[in-house]
Design a protein around this ligand. Structure first.
Ligand code: FDA
Length: 568
């Protein structure tokens, strides 16, 4: 029953939460998972591997709305996230790409001891059940180094049946290699730069999406020590009366039977996603006192950076008419570095960006009303600048989509500098939070988004890709001729962009003095027994899609927790 007590209460049965629930119940701990959504095992919008977008704006999409985007044309954006057992992994694009090794190493270099590429790689592998491609799939471009992959983990990865026409890859390869980008057989070994046909999270034989519930819950549903409580909304953490330390004793929830408390004898673990976990912290009294006082929430722990450091990416697309009709699922991605996008201009661009970082760090600190420190923001920006321009991590992902009678693309700049935040607007947990990613607040983020568009147009004008297409439909040469100004491009970008749905950083793993919310054990500073395990803790945006890394982080978190309570 709901009022029962468990060793661990996990808030959010999503991508990360179900990993922790699974691994802890391998031992004889009792675990309850509170999930606002319900099972989607029989929901075709989820299970079909060919249905990206079908679940959008249905009951299983939170479809969070942002504030008006002041620097991006004024409109609100929809930030999608899954409301279902399996979380956002049930509605996402299924792309399985990890991160550039230097980005994970950066976590350690800023003070998170034990978090680096080398130590995370075994956890990427532990979570993965790589399906070696069939000869047909190999002929269509599926390529890999088996040593990079795990074959025994719960998350099946690989290529779905019905891949796109094999003739496209050599054309893209020959075209892009003339404009500096070469082929990368397998981007999952720490070096992501290049053109690739990456795997997806898919169960090839069953021909279904491999979401977190299919991977980590359904095969284990009979475990008596694992209790999944769906259709139930977590409101806030309940604390003991201890006045010296913040000790969580459970979670207040609203479910079909009204408002109840689920007790936790060991820990409360927040895995509600980067647009909800920081909100639950604030509702529970952990956050910026200025904000909490506004809503009469007693301050349990003063951490002014809860909800700050919100980072997302922006997605635009160019579309061309095609001379051929295409069928099958295309999965061609190019991940060029800054040098490859900019060519000779790269140094001058690097200098221009660098020269603006101090002013922009000040603007971010001001936007947060001093909740984040200018010096911390600047240090993070310099590290990011170093990753982009010295370490040459991927700068953008360009997805090439030959579909029917068009050859479309989608792209996003991978590491924008713009920073926003998310905060409560009420002490009532049912009220939506204020979400402001501040898209394009840093003007050089707009320049990057435009420069990548020019690179893509250039690719479509380079043979042999140019032979496959007719005219440019989007944005179109009438709207934006080759001599169009940066301002004209900026208007088009603002008019057509969307969120890339990769929000991170709102409860960052960083030293407290650097603005961190959780420590390297993922424990919330100032609490005895509250952790956050989800995309909120990633301190910096990544170049890979997020689930692979979140599975790895949650696997590692599970070991950290087990180590604390057992000597296994
Ligand atoms: P996640 O959202 O998975 O889990 C949070 C859970 O908490 C949800 O189940 C939610 O219902 C629940 N919850 C929230 N508030 C609650 C409350 N108060 N009470 C109870 N439960 C609550 N990644 C990738 O690797 N490849 C891709 O192709 C894509 N593509 C993509 C497309 C789209 C449209 C989106 C929206 C996202 C992607 N991503 C992606 C990103 C990736 O899917 C995403 O970052 C992770 O799934 C997030 O995992 P988390 O564990 O952080 O939260």
């Amino acid at each position: 029953t709901l009022l029962a007590s468990y060793d661990f209460v996990i808030v959010g049965g999503g991508t990360s939460g179900l990993v922790v629930a699974n691994r802890l119940t391998e031992k004889d701990f009792t675990v309850a998972v509170i999930e606002a959504g319900e099972s989607v095992l029989n929901n075709f919008n989820v299970s079909t591997p060919y249905g990206y977008g079908r679940a959008f704006d249905t009951a299983i999409d939170w479809a969070y709305q942002t504030e008006d985007q002041e620097y991006a044309g004024g409109k609100k954006q929809t930030m999608r996230a899954g409301k279902a057992l399996g979380g956002t992994s049930t509605i996402n694009g299924m792309s399985y790409t990890r991160a550039q090794n230097a980005q994970i190493d950066a976590w350690e270099s800023v003070g998170n001891k034990g978090w680096n590429w080398k130590s995370l790689l075994p956890y990427y592998k532990k979570s993965e059940g790589f399906q070696v491609p069939t000869p047909d799939q190999v002929a269509n471009g599926a390529d890999y180094y088996l040593t990079y992959h795990g074959q025994n983990g719960p998350v099946k990865t690989g290529w779905p049946y019905g891949m796109a026409n094999s003739s496209v890859l050599p054309v893209l390869d020959e075209t892009l290699s003339q404009i500096r980008v070469s082929y990368n057989r397998d981007v999952n070994g720490g070096n992501m730069v290049g053109l690739t046909v990456h795997p997806d999270t898919v169960d090839r034989e069953a021909n279904v999406r491999q979401d977190a519930a299919r991977a980590y819950y359904w095969p284990y549903q009979q475990r008596p020590n694992l209790k999944i409580i769906t259709n139930t909304y977590a409101n806030k953490i309940i604390w003991s009366n201890d006045s010296h330390e913040a000790v969580a004793t459970g979670v207040e929830v609203t479910g079909p039977d009204g408002v109840l408390t689920v007790h936790a004898s060991k820990e409360v673990i927040l895995s509600a996603g980067s647009l909800k976990s920081p909100v639950i912290l604030e509702l529970s009294g952990i956050g910026n006192p200025d904000i909490l006082k506004k809503y009469d929430i007693p301050v349990k722990v003063n951490i002014s950076t809860v909800g700050e450091n919100l980072q997302d990416q922006t997605n635009n697309g160019l579309t061309y008419g095609s001379r051929e009709r295409w069928s099958g699922l295309p999965a061609f991605s190019a991940l060029p570095s800054a040098e490859q996008i900019y060519g000779d201009k790269v140094e001058s661009i690097a200098n221009t960006v660098n020269a603006s970082l101090a002013d922009y760090a000040k603007a971010v600190a001001n936007f947060s009303n001093g909740a984040v420190q200018e010096a911390n923001v600047l240090a993070a920006f310099q590290l990011q600048h170093d990753l982009i321009f010295q370490k040459q991590v991927p700068y953008t992902e360009i997805v090439w989509l030959p579909l029917g009678s068009v050859f479309a693309t989608e792209y996003w700049s991978l590491l924008p500098f713009s920073r926003g935040n998310i905060h409560i607007t009420s002490s009532d947990p049912s009220k939506p939070a204020s979400i402001n990613p501040n898209y394009f607040m840093f003007d050089k983020d707009m320049l990057a988004q435009a420069e990548i568009a020019w690179y893509i147009r250039n690719a479509f004008n380079t043979a042999p890709l140019s032979d496959l297409v007719t005219e440019e439909y989007e944005p179109g040469m009438d709207l934006l001729p080759n001599n169009a100004s940066e301002n004209d491009w900026s208007d088009w970008i603002k008019g057509t962009y969307r969120s890339n749905f990769h929000p991170v950083g709102t409860a960052s793993m960083l030293p407290r003095a650097k603005g961190g919310v959780v420590d390297p054990q993922l424990k919330v500073y100032g609490t005895k027994n509250v952790r956050v395990v989800d995309a909120s803790v990633l301190p910096f945006q990544l170049c890979g899609h997020l689930t692979s890394t979140l599975y790895a982080v949650a696997e590692k978190a599970s070991d950290l927790i087990k180590n604390k309570y057992t000597d296994y």
